[in-house]
Design a binder for this molecule. Sequence first.
Ligand code: CP
Ligand code: NVA
Length: 325
Amino acid sequence: MSQSANNLRHFIDLRDFTLAEIEDILRLATEFKANPWQNHLKRKHVALIFEKDSTRTRMSFEVGVNQLGGDSLVIDGSTSHIGGKENLYDSAKVMSRFIDMIMIRANSHDSVVGLAQHSEVPVLNGLTDYNHPCQVLTDIFTYIEHRGPIQGKKIAWIGDANNMANTFVHAAFLFGFHLAIATPLEYQLVGTVQRWAAKQKEAGKPGSIVQYLDPESGLAEAVRDADLVLTDTWISMGDTDYELRKAVFSPYYTVDAALMKQAKPDALFMHCLPASRGQEVTDEVMDGPQSVIFDEAENRLHVQKAIMTWLLQFGLAARNTDNGG
Ligand code: CP
Ligand code: NVA
C-alpha cells in the first residue's frame, strides 16, 4: 500500500485508490485541459528520474510541471546514484530534502515501492516492469472524453500481457468494466495478477477479466462487440527474448482493419505508444477513424497534472505535520 504513516500518498498502483479518489483526479484533469495554466506547483521542484527511455512521459511531466508553475529536474538513472551504489533509503531521504515530488520510471517495480517507503514527499510511478498507472488512467480519461462512462463496457487487449495489461486488470475492478485479453500462452498474465483478479471476482467486485489463449480464435473472441481495442508492442523495454517473442506474436497478434470490424462499429482504438507500426498494429488502424492515439498521448499531460495536484495536498499536510504545523 503506497501510503505512509503521516498520510503522505503516492501514485504507484491504481489498486491503492478508491473510485471516488480517481474520479476526483479525472475531474481535475478535465479542468486542467480547459485551463492549462495553474499555480499548484508554484515554488515546488519535481524530480523526474528515468532508468528507461521515454518520449511522452518525460515531455508531459516536464511541460505539466511548468504549466503548474513549478520546476522539474530530469535525472538520467544511469548517471545518478539512485538505484545504483546508494541504497534507496539514503537516496529517498536526501531527495526529500531538496524536492517536493518524485516521478520515477524504473526497471524494477520494487525500486519504486522502496523509494516511496522512505520518501517524505509523494512518489509517482512513470512505468515499471510491472505496471503503468499514469498511462492506463489516461486511457480511461480518453475513453470517457470520447464515449462517456466506461463502467460495464467491454475492453479488448490484444498481444503481450505486459505492464499495461496488468494495469488494465487493476482498472477493470476499479471502474467495473469487462477486460478480454487475447494473448499467447507463453506471454499470458503473470500468476499474481491472475490470482488477484480471481479474488476480486470472489469478493463480488464489479468488472471481470477473461484470457483467450488460442491464437487462432482468441483475437476475434476478445474484440467481438468490444467498445475499445488496445494493443502494445510485442517487446517491452527490458525484454531480452526478442526472437522468441517475434516468432510467437508475428503470425497472429496484429490489430488490423479486419479485426477492428469485429468490434462494435463505434469502438475506439488506443495504443500507449511508441508503436512498431506493421507489427502489433497496421498503419490503417493507427491512422484510421477509430484511432484516438494522439488524443491519448496529449491527455498524459492533463491527467498527470491532476495526479500531481491531488498528491500535493497530502504532501503538504505531511510536511506541516512533521513541522508541528
Ligand atoms: N506511453 C509512454 O509511456 O511513452 P514513453 O515511453 O515515450 O514515455
Ligand atoms: N509495454 C511498454 C510500454 C511503453 C510505454 C514497455 O514497457 O516498454
